[in-house]
Design a protein around this ligand. Structure first.
Ligand code: HEC
Length: 144
């Protein structure tokens, strides 16, 4: 009788051990779903656009494209436009921007302060810069 009892307790012990082990394994293998971030990331071309913008344009246009470049004297009018906190990017279109960058702001009948990059940048590179500026504007708008 004692033997049978002992047999049963060890059997139920083994069962519960297997049961909890199984629960443990299921729990560990079920990976929590990765929180989906809805923050957009900059494309490869956009990153190249950023590099070019920082190198060529930021001295006048500012690193954040807000028109507060370190090397553009504050007493000169007109100042570089604020691409981020204004409606500029929404009101203009890509081809106008493209022309302003490729041939300089004078090609739009404005001042000649924004230089022509016809000899410096390839057409695709100009498009990358525009893509980057649109990304910056979109990120800023989503933030606020
Ligand atoms: C020497 C300073 C300077 C540099 C360098 C410069 N810009 Fe400008 N940019 C200006 C100024 C000033 C204006 C405003 C011109 C005006 O309204 O007459 C301007 C205007 C613009 C405009 C607006 C044109 C419009 O529709 O009114 C665009 C787009 C632009 N720049 C893009 C660029 C890009 C891209 C680069 C770099 C590849 C660049 N600029 C480099 C000073 C500069």
């Amino acid at each position: 009788m004692r033997n049978i009892l002992r047999k049963y307790t060890s059997l139920s012990f083994t069962f519960s051990l297997v049961f909890f082990l199984a629960i443990g394994i299921i729990h560990c293998t079920k990976q929590p779903k990765r929180a989906e971030s809805n923050k957009k990331t900059l494309s490869f071309n956009g990153r190249e656009g950023k590099r070019l913008f920082i190198h060529y344009c930021a001295p006048c246009h500012g690193e954040d494209a807000e028109g507060s470049g370190r090397y553009f004297p504050s007493y000169i009018e007109p100042q570089p436009p604020d691409f981020i906190n204004s409606e500029y990017l929404k009101e203009t279109n890509e081809n106008v921007m493209f022309r302003a960058i490729k041939f300089g702001s004078k090609a739009l009948g404005k001042s000649n302060y924004s230089p022509s990059y016809d000899e410096t940048l390839r057409d695709e590179e100009i498009r990358y810069i525009i893509e980057y500026l649109k990304f910056l504007k979109m990120s800023k708008d989503e933030e606020s």
